[in-house]
Write a protein that binds this ligand. Sequence first.
Ligand SMILES: [Zn+2]
Length: 96
Amino acid sequence: MTTYTFQTYPATATAKFDCPSCGKKNRTRTFRAECTVNPFNKNEDGTIKTPSEVRMQSSQRAVAERNMFMRKPMCATCENDLTYQDRKLLREQRAA
Ligand SMILES: [Zn+2]
């Protein structure tokens, strides 16, 4: 089997917020996305995305994740303490 290694172009987006659950201020969460330049990552016109287009794609995904998170922000400590059901609900509220 041949393994292909594709160049990744990671990007991050940082959310800054006061946790509405525990009340702690100036919390941050960082969202990371990594897209690769590969033969299947194409533009709408069918051309393979260039490194700068892929970097943009990673950045847009990281920002989209951050924006979803900011619909219902919560610090990592509080989120880790949630029950499975509450986490599921939270994901649904963020995706809505
Ligand atoms: Zn909290």
